[in-house]
Design a protein around this ligand. Structure first.
Ligand code: NAD
Ligand code: IPM
Ligand code: MN
Length: 367
């Protein structure tokens, strides 16, 4: 079997704690299922800043570019609040996304049956929920220029961020959303704010044109992003695939995370375009949550978002669909058996640590 290279970037806070549980899954696959994952590890975020003054070193950036897939934990924390903007922990993640051209961020929000009662919403609102947010990841206000604070010289300063989208960026992200919809319930809802933003007008135009030209078999609807946020908490099951820009996607996916019971449940895949010659695509897999400084170091974080991100890696980078499904099923089994980390704890369930949750998922995978 050909070796598959994984570059691990655990990062800060609960990142390394969650990554330790994914290592157990990788070791199990290698030991018992004949896979040949080869792992290497680097530094990203605050720990990289402490080591080399950058949020990710050029050497680790090269390793990320060369790997078959990157697994990313989380970055950031109050320790690095005073650090200059350009080298803040988050800059490491943004550089990875930009330099690897990971324009398509897939954030599935699935409510496992056992967790319907853990959501802050009524069980009937979230039971059976299975939606996919497709977030544009390398454009918009995150990267548009100018991006600066200027001194106006009168005791005032001006902070500027610029929302920019070109046709090709909207076209390629909407194509990803339409293609994925075809493998699901065949519906896409595009969210923007064309009522106030020029980039929203263009977004709406390009999504509509891409749909007409290449994906007219898919059902397309449009929603203003603020109303979309409201609909996500009112009746989320109306959605199949949501496609939206970088900033709206960031916010709406945190909202969607809570529908599933906890931010600690939501995985993601960040994908580049397939190479025209090899068909391979650059990819990074990361939980949607951050470094959770409030619980870091206590061994109580929920590792499911990180483990489910590895399931997405098996599916999208290695075409190991059966193994991905088996890993997702192992997560469902463990939750069905009543095991819970603190963030998803409810009456009658058994509270477990991060490591116990990881062990239980590996055991359920092993069957
Ligand atoms: P956060 O996601 O770190 O935490 C928000 C809340 O959710 C906290 O109460 C936390 O304890 C809880 N939570 C998050 N993940 C959890 C898990 N796996 N298990 C149990 N509880 C969990 O967001 P924040 O507090 O706004 O940000 C903290 C730092 O993380 C900031 O520096 C931010 O920039 C960074 N951040 C990083 C990423 C990333 O690396 N991908 C994503 C979001 C935020
Ligand atoms: C996310 C995070 C990141 C983002 C930060 C850490 C740069 O919030 O992945 O959701 O804003 O994209
Ligand atoms: Mn976010």
């Amino acid at each position: 079997m050909t070796s598959r290279s994984l570059f691990l970037l655990p990062g800060d806070g609960i990142g390394p704690e969650a990554m330790a549980e994914v290592r157990k899954v990788i070791a199990h696959l290698n030991d018992k299922h004949g896979t040949d994952f080869v792992t290497d590890e680097g530094l990203v975020g605050g720990c990289a800043y402490d080591a080399c003054g950058q949020a990710i070193s050029d050497a680790d950036m090269e390793k990320a570019m060369a790997a078959d897939a990157v697994l990313f934990g989380a970055v950031g924390g109050p320790k690095w609040d005073p650090v200059p903007y350009e080298v803040r922990p988050e800059a490491g993640l943004l550089r990875l996304r930009k330099d690897m051209e990971l324009f398509a961020n897939l954030r599935p929000a699935i409510c496992y049956p056992a967790l319907a009662a853990s959501s802050s919403l009524k069980p009937e609102v979230v039971e059976g929920l299975d939606i996919l947010i497709v977030r544009e990841l390398t454009g918009g206000v995150y990267f548009g220029e100018p991006k600066e604070i200027i001194d106006l010289g009168n005791g005032q300063k001006r902070g500027i961020d610029t929302q920019v989208y070109d046709t090709y960026e909207i076209e390629r992200i909407s194509a990803v959303a339409f293609e994925l919809a075809r493998t699901r319930r065949n519906e896409v809802c595009s969210m923007e704010k064309r009522n106030v933003m020029k980039s929203g007008v263009l977004w709406n135009e390009v999504v509509t044109a891409t749909h007409k030209a290449r994906f007219s078999d898919v059902k397309l609807s449009h929603m203003l992003a603020d109303a979309g946020g409201m609909q996500l908490v009112r009746w989320p099951k109306q959605f199949d695939v949501i496609v939206t820009d970088n900033l709206f996607g960031d916010m709406l996916s945190d909202v969607a995370a809570m529908l599933t019971g906890s931010l600690g449940m939501l995985p993601s895949a960040s994908l580049g375009a397939p190479d025209p010659k090899t068909g391979k695509r650059k990819a990074l897999y990361e939980p949607v949550h951050g470094s959770a400084p409030d619980i870091a170091g206590q061994g109580i974080a929920n590792p499911i978002a990180m483990i489910a991100s590895f399931a997405m890696c098996l599916r999208y980078s290695f075409d190991m669909v059966a193994e991905a499904e088996r890993l997702d099923a192992a997560i469902a089994t463990v939750l069905g058996n009543g095991l819970r980390t603190g963030d998803i704890m409810s009456d009658g369930c058994t509270k477990v640590t991060t490591a116990e949750m990881g062990d239980a998922i590996v055991a359920a995978y092993a069957g």
